[in-house]
Structure formats: C-alpha cells, structure tokens
Ligand binder design. Structure first.
Ligand SMILES: Nc1nc2c(ncn2[C@@H]2O[C@H](COP(=O)(O)OP(=O)(O)O)[C@@H](O)[C@H]2O)c(=O)[nH]1
Ligand SMILES: [Mg+2]
Length: 401
C-alpha cells in the first residue's frame, strides 16, 4: 500500500506537470485564428480555388480591445470560399491615375455598375467625385459590372482623370443550385413580393452582402469605400476621408442607421439566430448578447441597417471568417432569403459587422455621441453625401489644402 506521503507527492508532481503543459501549449485564441498569410501574387489562381474554407474555432470572445488600437482586427487569411460571380475578366487601370500620396491608407472606392443608374453615374456622381475628392486624394476606383460597353468605359475614364479605374466583369447569370429560374419567378410573385425588386436586384444584394469581398483583385487594399452609382458627394471634401477613417480609429463608417422595410425582412432574424446558435459557427454567447442588444427592442428585432449606398470599412471586417460564415449560412440555407424574400445587403451586413466587432471585443454602440465606438458616422463630419440628389450646387474647381 502506498503511504499517504507518497500519494501527496504524486499529486504535487501531476499538478506541476499539468501547469507546465499549459504553459507550453496555450489554448488557441482569435489572434492565432487570423494569423498572417502572404498575399498571393496570382489572384486568378487563388480565385479559382473554390474549396470551402473550414470554419476555424473561436471558442470564446477575445478580451475587450481598446478603441485606440489602430486597425486592431489582425490581417486575415484570404477568403477561399466559392465565388459564383467571379469571371476573371478584368481591365487593369490605364496610367492616367496618379498614386495616392505616400503614407496614405491603402484605400479603394468600389462600385457596382448596372441596373438603371448609368446616366446619373456619369453626369452627377463621377464628375463630383472627381472634383470634390479624387482631384486631391486620388484613390483608385474599382468598378464591377455585368456588361458595361466599351464607350461607357471610355466615358468613365474621361471623367475620372485623377485616379486609376479598374473594370471587372461579374456574372449574375447563374442561379445557385438550390433553385431554378421558374421557382425564383414564383417566389417573386408570392404574397407581397411582387411589389419588390426583381432578379437583378436580388443578385446584387448577394453580391454586396458577401461575394464582393471574395474577389482577389481587392487583396491589395486595407480600407474600402463602397458607393452606389446613385450616391453623390455634394460638396468638396476638405480632408482625406481614408486618413480620417484611420486616425479616428474607426472600424466601420456609415451614412445613417435606419429601419429596413419589415416586408423584406421575413425570417432574417430567426435565420441569423440559427447561425449564431449553430455550434459550427463558433459564435460566442457573449458576442450574441451584444448583437441582440443592438438589433432588438423589447425583445423584437427592429430591422436596423446601415444604409447601403455609402459604407466604409476595413477589408478585414468583411473578410472575417465569422462574417463570411454568416453570409454563407444566409445565402445557402433555407429559406434562401436573398432570393425568396429580397433580403437587402444592408440589414445583412449590419448584422455581420456587429457580429464580428462584438466577437473581436471592440467597443460598439448605435449611439453616435459615444466616445469609445469604432462605428463612425463620417457623412456628418467629413463626407457630404446624398442619395440620388437632384438639386445640386454647381461643380466648381476647388484647390486642395
Ligand atoms: N450589374 C448590376 N448592378 C446592379 C443591378 N441592380 C442594381 N445594381 C447596382 O447596384 C447598386 C445598388 O443598386 P440601387 O438600385 O442603387 O439599390 P438601392 O440603393 O438598394 O436602391 C447600384 O450601384 C446599381 O448600379 C443589376 O441588376 N445588375
Ligand atoms: Mg442605391
């Protein structure tokens, strides 16, 4: 029989061993999950690699970060999930653009050309963007399009004299495997759905909500500004919006937070909750409580959305494994709400942005006056923006400060 003293000794040695093992093999944290990988110099090669990235584990939220940590979501591995809209047809920018000044953030302005707005784009939107911003801060433009014509490209390049413009074709022709054109037509006629936008618009919402962030052509950039062809910068911008975004320690910037039409939100919130509670999502209950706090009032989802004609953020936010996993869940699982119920990209990216920032322990609030808040309304402070404004002041040349 072992003496009591020997048993105690054994216990002490075992404890010591456990402690030493913990030190040598710490638990994986979020930082490990999003470790740096080199950027591929072969974007097409990367894009055609369509294996679904395994959702890596976020077992618990990382400790709260200070709002002062600059760009504190670490650089992420590239998104290697499938991208059905990718075509590989891309026109490199002509040399008319000059590079942003040294030390500027690696920013890009992204558009999707198509739908009914071409005239407004070339007559109102782009000339003002050129005069009021690019002339002083020549950030590149990346214009995705379905079928833009050669003369339309030429006209755009004639207007945007200060920046390089890249055109990249996207393919909205194929529906996902889970549906057919016939079934989609039925969905678009069911109930109140006939009052809302059709196939092209619904594909556009899937594009902006998730697939656009998978294009390897956006790899060189850290911060994006997404504008619609009907978004217009009304007056000269007195400072570099991208620099402002960084120096204010923003993670995401918007125009306004408002309520989506409840008729196009059918089942979005329950599907989000299904994703959040699904163990393979690795979304912590504490992060879910944060999102619930912002997205519900008296227990009811109120359909908040960062109005989608203007938004800005770190690429790391939209490429985050949690964001992309949420998007895939919403896009690929029943009820297939983008196509069936015309879910907009705005309420979806609002939930996705909050989910990521909550999981990363960032200070977020819907109240604009809050000091510690990485969500910034920049159109009040820096970027005078209007949606489809018709009565506009004349375009005047303005000297850069
Ligand atoms: N390629 C393509 N672009 C589209 C289509 N529908 C809308 N867009 C573009 O997507 C953006 C958003 O469309 P918009 O009509 O402004 O939507 P809203 O802001 O939700 O009212 C705009 O830049 C449009 O030019 C489409 O069917 N195909
Ligand atoms: Mg719009």
């Amino acid at each position: 029989m072992l003496s009591r003293r020997r048993i105690e000794l054994c216990l002490v040695v075992t404890c010591l061993f456990v402690v030493l093992f913990q030190i040598a093999h710490p638990r994986p944290a979020v930082a490990a999950l999003v470790s740096i990988r080199p950027i591929s110099s072969h974007p097409k090669e990367m894009q055609s690699h369509v294996s679904v990235m395994k959702d890596e584990a976020v077992t618990e939220p990382s400790p709260p970060r200070r709002a002062t940590d600059e760009n504190s979501i670490p650089r992420l591995p590239k998104v290697t999930r499938p991208n059905p809209f990718y075509t590989g047809e891309i026109d490199e920018p002509l040399s008319n653009g000059h590079a942003p000044t040294a030390g500027s953030p690696r920013g890009v302005i992204i558009f999707l050309h198509g739908g009914r707005w071409h005239d407004y784009f070339v007559k109102q939107n782009l000339p003002r963007l050129e005069q009021y911003f690019l002339k002083c801060y020549p950030y590149p433009l990346h214009i995705f399009h379905e079928d833009i014509r050669a003369e339309q490209k030429k006209a755009i390049r004639r207007i945007v004299r200060s920046s390089g413009v890249t055109f990249e074709r996207v393919d909205f022709s194929k529906l996902p495997e889970y549906t057919t054109e016939e079934e989609l037509s039925g969905w678009m006629k069911a109930g109140v759905q006939y009052k809302f936008q059709g196939r092209g618009y619904r594909m556009m919402c899937r594009f902006w909500a998730g697939y656009v962030w998978r294009f390897a052509s956006l790899d060189p950039y850290d911060v994006y500004l997404r504008l619609d062809t009907d978004s217009v910068i009304e007056r000269p911008m007195r400072q570099d919006l991208f620099r402002y975004f960084k120096t204010q320690q923003c993670q995401y910037a918007y125009n306004n937070l408002r309520r989506e039409n409840p008729y196009v939100l059918d089942k979005l919130w329950p599907t989000f909750l299904e994703w959040a509670h699904n163990p393979s999502s690795n979304f912590s209950s504490s992060a879910l409580r944060v999102v619930e706090g912002l997205a519900t009032r008296e227990g009811q989802y109120w359909g908040p959305m960062y109005y989608n004609n203007f938004e800005m953020g770190y690429m790391t936010l939209k490429r985050h494994p949690l964001y992309q996993s949420l998007f895939d869940f919403l896009d690929q699982r029943k009820p297939y709400g983008f196509l069936r119920y015309r879910w907009g990209d705005a309420p979806v990216h609002t939930l996705g942005v909050w989910a990521v920032l909550a999981a990363e322990g960032m200070p977020i609030s819907t109240s604009e006056g809050k000091e510690r808040n990485v969500l910034c309304n920049v159109t009040k402070s820096v970027a005078p923006y209007r949606h489809a404004a018709l009565k506009l002041p004349p375009r005047t040349m303005d000297s850069c400060s």
